[in-house]
Structure formats: C-alpha cells, structure tokens
Design a binder for this molecule. Sequence first.
Ligand SMILES: [Zn+2]
Length: 249
Amino acid sequence: MIDRDALTFELNDLLQVQQFQDYCPNGLQVAGRPKIKRLVTGVTASLALIEAAIQANADAILVHHGYFWKNEDPCIVGIKHQRIAKLIQSDVNLYAYHLPLDAHPKYGNNVQLAKKLGIDLDKPLAAEPLVWTGTLSEPLSGKVLANYLLQVLAHEPIHIEGCKRLIRKVAWCSGGAQNYITAAANAGVDAYISGEISESTTHIARELGIDYFAAGHHATERYGVQAVGEYLAKHFGLEHQFINIPNPA
Ligand SMILES: [Zn+2]
C-alpha cells in the first residue's frame, strides 16, 4: 500500500519527468482514491482498459498513452468524457508517462524492447536520444529478422527491404518513430525498427539502403509500463497486473 501523493512523487522522480518537453502532461492525470494497493498497467487509457482495470479492482492505472495531448480539443466531451467519467465514478487514479517512459535507461520502452528481442545495447544516437543502436547476437537476413519479430512480439511486421547485406547493426525506437529513419541510417546501421510506417518510409528506406521494420506501435510499447509496474510491485508491495488490450496497429 502506498499513498497516492507518495506514488506520484516516486514515479515522477524515477522517470525524471522534469527533463522532458512533451506533447502531454506526464504524471497523475486523473486523481482517484488516496491509497493505492492494486496497480494495473496498460499501453493506452482506452475505455476497454479502464473497464478491465475496474473489473480487476485497480486503485490506479499506469499507461504510456494518457490524455490531454497538445493540439487536441481540451474539452472533456465525447469519448474523453466517457473515459474520465468512468475513472472518477470508480475513484481510480490514472497515471500517464509518454516520452519519459520511452527514454528511461532501465525501464523505458526502448531498452525493454531490446531486452525482449535479445539485442545487445550500444548507445542512443547523439542526434536523436530516443533512438537506440545495438547489435544482433548473430547476423540475420531481413526475412529471418521479420519472422523473428513476429515470433517474439506476436505481431506481423511490415518489412521494407533496403539493404542487400545481412543485418547485424540495428537502430530502433518504439511507437510512431518512422521519421527517425534518416538519423538511423546516418549512424551506419543495417536496419531500423519502429512501430509504424508512412507511405514515404518505404522509398526512404530503399533509397538509404537500410531495411525497415514497422513492428507495431502497440506491440513495441507494451514493455516499459510492465517494467515500471514490476519495479513498483517490488519496492512498494503493490499488486501489479498488466492488461493487454489487443491492437493490430
Ligand atoms: Zn506511442
């Protein structure tokens, strides 16, 4: 059991929220009951996740994609009202961490994704610190790597063949980070892995001579919240459960 305010402090401190200029507020986005014992983690604070968390008697929900994004209508109407009303009626806290959760050097989405894929970490790119570089334990063809991503992430990637050699050095950034492909290619890697793909990414990959894998926005962003949830369970005696709301995107 932990006080809500203490948990807010611990999470903001762990994830170093003050270091980031983000597109949304990071931290406690919707306040609920003051004591927290059961924590549910998930990728996105959708209505389906909120309902599943309430079913699981959660006191707090921790997500990567919360609310109040820059440039969106700030009014609490429509589906945003449905979601927030459900949280408030059930007195459940909502914590959301976006870039701080991508970037954390131990619990972040990018480092946790590398761990899941068995990639040896090298370092983040100096030009784009959210993009990491590393090395596969053995060189693989693009087709074999695509199949490996499918097996490990349970999500079929979109694979663009751009390099004619075996893939050994890779760069990656979870989520909708396809636009970092040029920065990745400039670092001399054989392949770049992210979550989403744009129409233009295909041509950019081919012309840069780099393989590109769109491995799923949701599929690549499931591991940071789980790692933070496990950390909180261990250090503060919380009961933690990750709830996967399947998403093909
Ligand atoms: Zn995302």
